[in-house]
Design a protein around this ligand. Structure first.
Ligand code: FAD
Length: 368
């Protein structure tokens, strides 16, 4: 596809906007089709922690590439878009409330050090030196270096930079594909129009599963609801804190995000519940007791794009020409977006992926 003239991208979340950004930087004409608004899905509500991973994770090579690209984007994308997306680096403390927690977290230190990642075990006094508002009643904590962005602004920055490079955003729902034989030749829209394209990228988050019926390939992505709170405090926390499944993250705009639930039975319902609120606040106050006096300014839910093996779908759709998928990144889409979308741009442009994509094969769930 070295001579690709027009690429249609389905979805204006971080994946669709990212693919559009990289391709438009190379002068490719791109149209993003979005049924609601840019970052209206999970990409608008995520905590957007960009964490480093371990070698035993199949996403390790993707993670290493993505962290390198995020560091580059930290400066470049702001210049390209004019959008301040709150890239920052701070400390993250995983707090230990039990002996088992402490043993597990302490064991991470040598493993992380061997990877060249900054990690230190600190006692309860050390926890309070890093974050004075943390719970004083812990057994200590694992302190790591954390990278993060503001999710909605990062996605908006990608889309805005793509538009500055000549991409278009069309606010229409895609309802099917145009094809000639096994080649995707465009997208069909809800208003009955067909828009021609030389390549199509499916980046529709949990709704990517709808394209199974268009392609005959089981694109096994499903929604996993996550409720998350935005809090305001008089004295911002310096560090992010986590324990068990919950976390609190200080953002560059002074706000604090506390989350998140992981609900596998809620389907496409983005409603929020009193139970979700109670679970998150209880955990947040345990991590940092002064949060009992925080102001609750927002309680929202997003739909993470989950898959049966928790791994994303990245690559060409089997049996098709000029059709690609970038979806299913579950809890790590903001982190993995930089590399995943760059790889899709490479494939669309006829370049090989710099990493092995076998674990992310979009065809691994079989035919419909
Ligand atoms: C509470 C919460 C916290 C999170 N925290 C983190 C975190 O700390 N770190 C991290 O890395 N990740 C985190 N995530 C995960 C991350 O948000 C997702 O993995 C990522 O945003 C998925 O991006 P996406 O572009 O694939 O999907 P989405 O953001 O869902 O975007 C898909 C877009 O496609 C559009 N669309 C769908 N169908 C069509 C169609 N037929 N036609 C046109 N448009 C269509 C939708 O309207 C939507 O805008 C979190 C998620 C949640 C919910």
């Amino acid at each position: 596809m070295a001579d690709a003239k027009h690429v249609a991208v389905v979805g204006g979340g971080v994946m669709g906007a990212g693919v559009a950004y990289w391709l438009s930087r190379e002068g490719v004409r791109v149209t993003i089709f979005e049924k609601e608004s840019i970052a209206s899905g999970a990409s608008g509500v995520a905590a957007a922690m960009l964490n480093e991973a371990f070698p035993h994770d199949p996403r390790y090579a993707l993670n290493q590439l993505t962290m390198r690209l995020h560091k580059e984007l930290g400066e470049q994308l702001q210049a390209d878009s004019g959008v301040d997306f709150g890239y920052m680096e701070n400390a993250h403390i995983a707090l230990a409330f039990s002996a088992a927690d402490a043993a597990r977290l302490r064991a991470e230190v040598p493993r992380l050090a061997a990877l060249g990642q900054q990690a230190e075990w600190v006692d309860p006094k050390g926890v309070l030196e890093v974050e004075p508002q943390a719970n004083p009643d812990t057994l200590g904590g694992l302190v790591q270096h954390q990278f993060q962005v503001i999710a909605s602004r990062f996605t908006l920055a990608l889309a805005t930079a793509a538009e500055r490079n000549g991409a278009a955003v069309v606010y229409r729902e895609v309802t099917g594909l145009a094809r000639e034989g096994s080649r995707a030749t465009g997208v069909q829209l809800a208003n009955g129009d067909t828009v021609a394209a030389d390549a199509v990228v499916l980046a529709a988050g949990p709704w990517t599963a709808n394209a199974s019926a268009w392609t005959g390939v089981r694109l096994g992505v499903h929604p996993v609801r996550g409720q998350i709170l935005r809090l305001e405090v008089d004295h911002p926390l310096r560090a992010s804190l986590s324990g068990e499944e919950m976390y609190i993250v200080s953002k560059a705009d002074g706000g604090l995000l506390a989350g998140a639930t992981e609900e596998h039975e809620a389907g496409f319902d983005t409603g929020v519940t009193p139970e979700g609120l109670a679970m998150i606040m209880q955990a947040a106050i345990k991590l940092a007791p002064p949060l009992a006096n925080a102001r609750l300014v927002n309680h929202v839910a997003g739909l993470r794009p989950g898959t049966a093996d928790d791994l994303p779908l990245i690559g060409a759709v089997p049996g098709w020409d000029a059709l690609y998928v970038c979806a299913g990144h579950f809890r790590r889409g903001m982190e993995l977006s930089a590399a995943s979308t760059k790889i899709i741009a490479d494939l669309v442009q006829g370049r090989p992926s710099p990493i092995d994509l076998a674990a992310f094969d979009p065809g691994r769930f079989g035919a419909l």
